[in-house]
Design a protein around this ligand. Structure first.
Ligand SMILES: O=C(O)c1ccccc1NCC(=O)[C@H](O)[C@H](O)COP(=O)(O)O
Length: 274
């Protein structure tokens, strides 16, 4: 599986990180930081539409190669925020997504919405690094972590003050995640990790197994207003979208056009779809 290749790359990166990161100093520095912004709140109680939006800053991907040639992360991030994105996901992986820590830091310096560090996290050092660069939340991918790793990294991310969006692709992974105590944020990734094909049926099937107290994010392959309408009707809390926005010259317009079906507020209750 391609994911195995990515994990091998991450192991090599983590080895380097372990050589260069002074853990004691990092922990001391982290203890002085302000609390993070809540990703969960941003995409639920504080969201700007009936469904939350985590908008992704994504230059390239393993499945599509370069997605956006004219890649100015700060401009992209500002367009997202101006268009009412509730939070940002910024890829820090260099080898497969052409993202980076520097890109994350540049964006962090310019926006005040919660930011998710999007990478393939397999070690505590990556969590320390995430907190130091200003991440409010990290992605933990169940498919690349065994139960012990998943539990440890989940608990450590919380100890470091961050939220963890735990991503699943299939039912067995969801069961493993639900065995963790106090899981609050679950992402269902619609991308098949073997074929890279995206299918929203993945969210349809798995969302029924997600308890109501969890915040549910549907990720990948979302690019039509019909997708948004369907997910909104299905009471999905939020969506994570990258490629569709990255392929549009006018990002703000693309966000407004795509998210329109989630802008309707119930005329009877005045409430959003939660
Ligand atoms: O995007 C890929 O090709 C990919 C391949 C292998 C593992 C992960 C991958 N993507 C990471 C993501 O989760 C997406 O960037 C994110 O959900 C946004 O998806 P999209 O809107 O389809 O860009």
């Amino acid at each position: 599986m391609f994911l195995n290749r990515i994990v091998e790359t991450k192991k090599a990166e983590v080895e380097q990180l372990q050589k260069h990161l002074n853990v004691t100093q990092a922990e001391a520095d982290i203890s002085m930081l302000m609390p993070v912004r809540s990703l969960r709140e941003a995409i639920t109680t504080k969201r700007s539409r009936g469904m939350g939006l985590i908008a992704e800053v994504k230059k390239a991907s393993p499945s599509k190669g370069i997605i956006r040639e004219q890649f100015n992360p700060i401009e992209i991030a500002q367009s997202y925020v101006n268009a009412g994105a509730d939070a940002l996901s910024v890829l820090t992986d260099v080898s497969y997504f052409q993202g980076g820590i520097d890109i994350f830091k540049q964006v962090r310096a310019q926006v005040n919405v919660p930011m998710l560090r999007k990478d393939f996290i397999i070690s505590r050092e990556q969590l320390l690094e995430a907190r130091l660069i200003g991440a409010d939340a990290v992605l933990l991918i169940a498919a690349i972590l065994d139960d012990v790793q998943l539990k440890e990294l989940f608990e450590q991310s919380k100890e470091l003050g961050m939220e963890a969006l735990i991503e699943v692709h299939e039912e067995s992974e969801l069961h493993r995640v639900l065995n963790l105590e106090h899981v609050e944020l679950i992402g269902i990734n619609n991308r098949n990790l073997h074929t890279f094909v995206t299918d929203l049926a993945q969210t349809d099937q798995l969302r029924q197994l997600v308890p109501n107290h969890c915040t549910l994010v549907s990720e990948s392959g979302i690019h039509l207003p019909e997708h948004i309408a369907h997910l909104y009707e299905s009471s999905v809390d939020a969506v994570l979208i990258g490629e569709h926005f990255m392929r549009n010259d006018n990002i703000g317009e693309a966000v407004h056009d795509l998210m329109k079906p989630a802008e309707q507020v119930s005329s009877t209750t005045g409430s959003v779809n939660s």
